[in-house]
Design a protein around this ligand. Structure first.
Ligand code: FAD
Ligand code: SF4
Length: 518
């Protein structure tokens, strides 16, 4: 009789073919169990692209594992008797296979860890956690680095990571003499717009059999979910992910740096890598991506400012954000230091607004499930922050609409970096700006009915109104903040009548947004 020694539970964002849990297990006696569950698919109003991406990638992973000799039990969302919650599925698997032990790689969502602990305790089975070796730093290393520091500054963490992993170093010094080339990476496109943007490889990717099946499944069972899904734009296999990586390093890395903060109507991809989904699902190893970036610099294919800027995102920001998540959870998810309680306006779900920047970003999201960093931070996130939207609602929207969302990465980016709801853990000050920032970095404003220079009146840009209103509402809190002094002083120069007019327009903006008429 076949006996199962250990059950290895693999989650949708744990598709690492070289995971530690697999290396330490035995294909001849241990069993992999995986599930597509309704509760996960419907945890948020998830974008169809996101659901398809996860399901198709999971099915490919299961195939690869079977080919490698593993026993795999896979519950599909279409199975009539399927469990609807992941912990229920685990409990059922324990009952079915009576394993001596359950093994799981640390999940990217805190609450799952607790839920699995409970299932195993109730069933009287040992649960063994495995470190997620995909990452370049461990949770313990980050906690050690953070210990005793007044502020967690990305720049210092990043430098240590560069030294620890020997990336772009000249002896002990940074290659080129500087750790950071951000100053060279703030260009916009100018009137002519972006030139020679390469066609994205995703459109050429063949849809696999699993992808086609999943698209059919979503059409029949999850048609009510938001977003478009005639074609899946994201890699679902290791081979496809590698193709996408190669495509980026051949066609876009060179220009990545200088225009990484720029935006343009109808140009969702520009020179970004679009590798976040493959990285977050563990189809790509960040070590390989960083090594390939170094290679692009050393071979002369890309300049240092582009390569360093790109490496900082992966070796720096990505690891830093994960460290913050584990350091601050479970309390972090409820942070709301600015006491922001407004409901998220409907335009975030349907894209129906006369604000050109937001209609472009949400429209692009509905098609692809993707917006690049500055669209997330300085359009969607900027608006919700200044509007005073509840950070949990904002987080849930980011989780639902972005193909690359997983709680460990989405939460600190939203609650910390973008909404400043953590009171200054991820960023020391809130990222706030008037519509003029958007105007400088894009062509959105030239096609918009609103005017970024105006804070009051019918034509006032809602970003500009809400910027002054934010400073006014939080005047006391930021009056002595050394990094916001200039902004606060500028507010203080306004007359009482101007402030009142801004308050009045901000009220109108919120009412119009709430009615879906902004
Ligand atoms: P590129 O611009 O090509 O950057 C390269 C890689 O660097 C990315 O693939 C990503 O892996 C990494 N990276 C860059 N910035 C960050 C960051 N701040 N945190 C973590 N990794 C980073 N990223 C996600 O992966 N999932 C999310 O759910 C997510 N939500 C975000 C929400 C907000 C409000 C903000 C401001 C940022 C968010 N990010 C998130 C970070 C970043 O915007 C995306 O990683 C990036 O836009 C993905 O597109 P890309 O692969 O083309 O990135
Ligand atoms: Fe956005 Fe304001 Fe510019 Fe319109 S004017 S595109 S609302 S920033």
């Amino acid at each position: 009789m076949e006996t199962t020694r250990a059950l290895i539970l693999v989650l949708g964002d744990q598709l690492d073919r070289d995971a530690l849990v697999l290396r330490e297990s035995d294909a001849s006696t241990d069993r992999i169990v995986m599930a597509e569950v309704d509760a996960e698919i419907r945890a948020f109003p998830n974008h169809k692209q996101r659901v398809a991406l996860f399901l198709s990638s999971m099915r490919h992973f299961a195939d690869d594992m079977r080919d490698a000799g593993w026993a795999v039990t896979y519950q599909s969302a279409g199975d009539a008797d399927g469990s609807t919650l992941l912990p229920d599925f685990l409990a059922r698997m324990i009952e079915e296979y009576a394993p001596s032990e359950v093994r799981v790689t640390t999940p990217g969502r805190y609450e799952l860890g607790e839920a699995f602990e409970k299932v195993c305790t109730d069933a009287g089975v040992a649960l063994r956690w495995f470190e997620d070796t995909h990452f370049l730093s461990t949770r313990q290393e980050f906690a050690q680095w953070a210990k005793g520091r007044k502020a967690l500054t990305l720049e210092y963490f990043y430098r240590e990571m560069r030294k620890k992993h020997g990336i772009l170093l000249d002896g002990k010094k940074p290659v080129g003499g500087s750790w950071n080339y951000d100053k060279e990476n703030r260009e916009s496109f100018g009137k002519g717009g972006p030139q020679d943007v390469p066609e994205p490889i995703e459109f050429a990717l063949e849809q696999t059999e699993h992808t086609r099946a999943v698209i059919d499944l979503i059409a029949s069972r999850y048609a009510d979910l938001p977003g478009e899904l005639e074609q899946l734009y994201w890699p679902v296999t290791v081979e496809q992910a590698q193709q996408c990586m190669e495509d980026f390093f051949v066609t876009r890395i060179e220009k990545f740096g200088p225009v990484q903060d720029a935006m343009w109507t109808g140009e969702p991809w520009l020179f970004h890598s679009r590798l976040s989904t493959a990285l977050n699902m563990k189809l790509l190893d960040p070590r390989d991506v960083v090594a390939r970036a170094v290679d692009a610099y050393e071979s002369g294919a890309a300049p240092l400012n582009s390569v360093e800027g790109f490496i900082r995102q992966i070796l720096g920001w990505r690891e830093f954000i994960r460290g913050v998540y584990w350091l601050k959870m479970p309390a972090y998810i409820d942070e709301n230091s600015l006491e922001a309680e407004e409901a998220l306006p409907p335009l975030f779900w349907d894209g129906k607004t006369e604000m050109r920047c937001l209609s472009d970003v949400v429209g692009q999201l509905l098609t692809y499930g993707y917006a690049h960093h500055i669209q997330r931070l300085m359009v969607a996130g900027l608006f919700t922050l200044m509007y005073g939207a509840n950070p949990r609602e904002v987080h849930d929207w980011f989780m639902a609409y972005y193909v690359d969302s997983v709680e460990w990465v989405t939460l600190p980016n939203v609650v910390g970096m973008s909404q400043h709801a953590d009171g200054g853990v991820v960023g020391t000050k809130p990222y706030i700006a008037t519509g003029k920032y958007v105007q400088r970095q894009s062509n959105y404003c030239s096609e918009c009915r609103y005017n970024p220079a105006k804070a009051t009146g019918d034509k006032a840009c809602p970003f500009t109104t809400l910027y002054w209103n934010f400073l006014d509402r939080h005047h006391e809190r930021f009056a002595d903040h050394h990094r916001m002094a200039l902004q606060v002083r500028n507010l203080e120069r306004k007359s009482a009548e101007q402030i009142e007019a801004i308050r009045e327009r901000a009220r109108e903006v919120r009412e119009m947004a709430g009615r879906g008429e902004l």
